[in-house]
Unconditional design. Sequence first.
Length: 248
Amino acid sequence: MEIGKTLKEAREAMGLSLEAVEEETKIRRKYIQALEQEQFQVLPGPIYAKAFLKNYAKFLGVKVEEIMEEYRQQFPEQTATEESTAPTAQRVKNKPQVPQVKPRYWLYIVSAIIIIGVVISVLFATKDMWPKRPAAGGNSQLQAGEQTQVPAPQQPQPGQVDAAKPSTVKVALNVKSDRCWVRVVVDGAPSFQGELSANQTKEFEGKEKIAFTLGNAGVVEVIVNGQNMGFLGAFGQVIDREFKVSGT
């Protein structure tokens, strides 16, 4: 079975253009062409190649298992590498951290308790030497009939609203699981391009706008100016987003 030929023939049999498939699957046109031409190196990485291939085959009604099996036979090294490295990473991630308590800390704690006890004892022993507060109703600087003027709190004028807006736009990309290829452009200049792993976070700040592309939107939590926007797409979906200082 030729993967690319099978996908292309299925699409043409359905009478669908590349633009129509892009609109329905949310997979960018250049990636669809790469799948049909079996140019998998164009895709962000092996993980995304498998995800896009599976989603595209399912959309066309092609037998997904046969397509994926053919892909595994053509690229056995990539499949074996992913399967061998994933459990190792999981074991390292789940290894509990056991705090080590040094015996010297107990000496510090005992010393602190003794010092606190001494301070409290001194305070109680010398409390009779503290100055007395004047009794209520005694000599007062206020004469009978005099009143203290307390300024009234200033009320905001009608129509006055705190219209302060953030002077910059901040975007944080938090990869919750798996991996994601990311490209970020800040104020029109490239800022970052590469792959982020699970539990990895990247933060960016711009004076005007921040635009970014996610190769696997379903695993990236997006936070804009402190507001959690959640996941902006599905697993394996490629998205392009832009946020400006005005919030758009």
